[in-house]
Each structure stands twice: as structure tokens, then as C-alpha cells.
Design a protein around this ligand. Structure first.
Ligand SMILES: Nc1ncnc2c1ncn2[C@@H]1O[C@H](COP(=O)(O)OP(=O)(O)OP(=O)(O)O)[C@@H](O)[C@H]1O
Ligand SMILES: [Mg+2]
Length: 252
């Protein structure tokens, strides 16, 4: 589904990603750990193709298409979606309109379909009529992002810290819906979607079965392995030590 090869990326003239390689197969969900500022969000923005993120070397292939130089809207048309860590406020655009647009409809009337989807995320009609992210609480922002993805239903979805700032009940709710969005409830051979989830706490993994985990350090994937093993290693030893242990046992 996604093949990133020897990727080097600059933002505002500063190199953030350095020779990063990562492959995610159709049907797989990977989780990405890494310290603050190591470039996790930068990686997602580069996969999405935002203009500030300049690819200096390497390539990104999505569904067999080289998308390294493709504009964001073309990548989205190919089936890519994202839940942002810090999505912008959009004045004058209602959340209900965004959900309509994500479903391929025009802005305007919020119909029963949209209301049903919103209900699944504990989002009221009144809430659908508010401007996107304007005055939303941290947890409301995350639920609104997931609602838009539920409407869009992309084949490959990136989640940038979907669990940060979310209360325990809503993490369970969001986790269940992310699992559904990523075909986790289907048999492995029937899974058509794929995903990449950034998390600090790993909490969301209680509700989503993940296939592989990675640690990002020094602008690249420094260590990869089984999710339980990597999570425990990071939590017990910290990032640098985890990477050191990883390279000693040859799991990179
Ligand atoms: N527009 C920009 N101008 C200058 N530096 C930037 C810009 N965007 C990102 N950076 C820098 O790139 C580095 C990586 O940022 P990024 O947001 O990718 O980190 P992250 O791993 O997602 O961190 P966190 O866990 O805190 O979300 C940081 O040092 C950040 O300050
Ligand atoms: Mg980030």
C-alpha cells in the first residue's frame, strides 16, 4: 500500500527526516513512537504532500503510484486520509458541511445519514452546526476528525495522536471506530485498508490490534518490531535505549 524509500525531507531549510525507509502492506496497521520533535508529524505531512515539506531525496509510492511529486488533492483522490494532531479552525464552514463534502455531497442540508454517523461518535446535531474546530475541546477535535474520516472512508489512514487529550471512555469509543475504519474486525485475508498511528502513550492499542511498531529517532526509523515488545521496551527503557537494545538484537 505505502512504500517509503530513503526519504530525506526539509522544512524551512532544516532537515527533519533523513534517509527514512518504511513499508506498510495492504491490511496492516503500524504504530509509530518517537520523542517530541523527532519528525513524526513531519513524516505524515510529507506523505500527504503538503507544500512546506520538501522532499530532497528518496520516494513515496502509494498503491503502486509514485506520489513523491503529486499534489495533496491527487493523493487524497487515490485513497489517503488523515486525522491531524492540530487541525486548523475553519471559520464559516460547519462540521456538518465537512462531513457532507467528505461523503462526496455538497455543503448544505445535514441529512439523516450524517446525523447517524455523528451519533456513533456522541456528536449532536447542534455540534454539527458549529464551525469546524472553533472552540472545540481537545477531545471534541479528535472525535470530529474521526467523524470526517468515517464519512470519507479512505483506504490508507494516518492518525496523528488520536488518543492525546481524550478521556478514557472516548478512547474506547474512538479505538472501536478506528478499528472498524482499518478493517481490524475482519479476518486478515479480508482486510483491504491500512493505517499508520502515532501515539505517545500506546493507550489506543488496547482497543486496536496493531501489526507492527516502529521507533523514530534521528530522522529515521531506528527500530521496528512486534508491537507489544517495542511498546514495553520504549516504556521501560526510553527511546534511545530501546533503539540501542533493538540494534543489539538485530530487529531493525
Ligand atoms: N514550519 C517549520 N519551521 C521550522 N521548524 C519546523 C517547522 N515545522 C516543523 N519544524 C520542526 O521540525 C521538528 C519535527 O517536528 P514534528 O512536528 O514533526 O515533531 P513530532 O515528532 O511530531 O513531535 P510531537 O511528538 O511533539 O508531536 C521540530 O523540531 C519542529 O520544530
Ligand atoms: Mg507531532
Amino acid at each position: 500500500m505505502l512504500e517509503i524509500k530513503d526519504l530525506t525531507v526539509e522544512v524551512e531549510g532544516k532537515e527533519i527526516i533523513n534517509d527514512l525507509t518504511l513499508n506498510i502492506e495492504r491490511g496492516e496497521v503500524h504504530v509509530l513512537f518517537g520523542p517530541n520533535g523527532c519528525g513524526k508529524t513531519t513524516l505524515l505531512m510529507t506523505i500527504l504532500g503538503l507544500p512546506n515539506y520538501k522532499v530532497r531525496k528518496g520516494s513515496i509510492t502509494f498503491k503502486g503510484v509514485d506520489i513523491t511529486d503529486l499534489p495533496t488533492n491527487e493523493r487524497v483522490k487515490l485513497g489517503m486520509g488523515i486525522s491531524f494532531q492540530h487541525p486548523p479552525e475553519i471559520r464559516g464552514v460547519k462540521l456538518g458541511d465537512m462531513v457532507n463534502i467528505a461523503q462526496g455531497r455538497k455543503e448544505g442540508k445535514i441529512d439523516g445519514d450524517v446525523i447517524e454517523l455523528a451519533k456513533r461518535l456522541n456528536i449532536s446535531v447542534e455540534f454539527l452546526n458549529r464551525d469546524v474546530n472553533r472552540g472545540f475541546s481537545g477531545g471534541e477535535v479528535k472525535r470530529s476528525e474521526i467523524l470526517q474520516l468515517l464519512a470519507q472512508s479512505p483506504d490508507f489512514i494516518m492518525f496523528d495522536e488520536p488518543d492525546s487529550g481524550v478521556d478514557i471512555e472516548n478512547i474506547e469509543l474512538i479505538g472501536g471506530i478506528i478499528s472498524e475504519l482499518l478493517d481490524r474486525n475482519k479476518m486478515p485475508s479480508k482486510r483491504k485498508k491500512a493505517g499508520l498511528i502515532i501515539t505517545h502513550s500506546g493507550f489506543i492499542m488496547r482497543y486496536i490490534k496493531v501489526d507492527r511498531a516502529h521507533v523514530m529517532l534521528g530522522g529515521r526509523i531506528a527500530c521496528s518490531g512486534m508491537p507489544d515488545e517495542i511498546t514495553r521496551n520504549v516504556m521501560e527503557n526510553g527511546f534511545e535505549k530501546c533503539v540501542e537494545i533493538c540494534s543489539n538484537v538485530g530487529t531493525v
